[in-house]
Design a protein around this ligand. Structure first.
Ligand code: DC
Length: 216
């Protein structure tokens, strides 16, 4: 299966990371979490004290050195040789990432890095993979699930046992920003296979994806 390029997109909490990792493991190909790449540069932007000045953010980002290890067991990201992996899941990094990811020049800088990561094949997971990063991917999946399921998954990721107001506002705000931004908004590619994971186990959704891949 080497050389195979698989695009996975969908909103936060849809289950796309879990499925992306499982699929990459099953097919023995690299896994690239493109959201973590946006989170990493956003962490750096915040660390540098840059908040709202788009020109400054763009100039700063264009001089960053971003390195990844495309491994489904532990996807790691370095910014200017600093391993930032453990800091990326914090909610404020996610909010900052959604904001930084709206900037056209930042996306133009990021997309070639993501394409390079997939040069020998891999599962790339994000928001614009099927539409922009890998329009010629061998397979494209668009993962969704109903809002209450996404809220619960997000709560778990954020370390809560139940859905609390912080989770609701986080999910709503990220959905709004990611799907309404002007450049590369979250959209299913026209040729993507849609999978609704609301009432499926991981094994069931993964089974559907593998069926699709093995069919061709
Ligand atoms: O998947 P995630 O929550 O780690 O993504 C963090 C943010 O990065 C998300 O709000 C949208 C943005 N993102 C993007 O714009 N394009 C991608 N391919 C991946 C993520």
């Amino acid at each position: 299966m080497s050389g195979l390029k698989i695009a996975i997109d969908g909103p936060s909490g849809s289950g796309k990371s879990t499925l992306g990792k499982a699929l990459a493991q099953r097919l023995c190909i690299p896994y690239v979490d493109t959201g973590a790449m946006y989170r990493a540069i956003s962490w750096a932007v915040d660390d540098a004290g840059l908040n709202d000045d788009v020109e400054q953010i763009v100039a700063y980002v264009q001089n960053l050195q971003l390195k990844i290890s495309p491994d489904s067991a532990r996807f790691q990201v370095w910014v200017n040789e600093i391993d930032v992996t453990d800091w990326l899941r914090q909610p404020d990094v996610g909010r900052m990432a959604a904001k930084v990811a709206t900037i056209k020049e930042v996306r133009a800088w990021m997309v070639p890095l993501q394409r390079a990561a997939a040069i020998d094949g891999g599962v790339l997971e994000g928001r614009d993979i099927g539409t922009v990063v890998l329009p010629d991917a061998d397979f494209k999946f668009y993962i969704t699930s109903d809002e209450s399921t996404r809220m619960l998954r997000r709560a778990e990721q954020m370390g809560h046992k139940e859905v609390v107001a912080e989770v609701v506002s986080d999910v709503h705000e990220r959905d709004r920003v990611d799907s309404t931004r002007k450049h590369s908004p979250l959209r299913p590619a026209t040729d993507a296979v849609h999978i609704d994971t609301s009432s499926q186990t991981v094994a069931e959704s993964l089974g559907l994806m593998l069926e699709e891949i093995n069919r061709q």
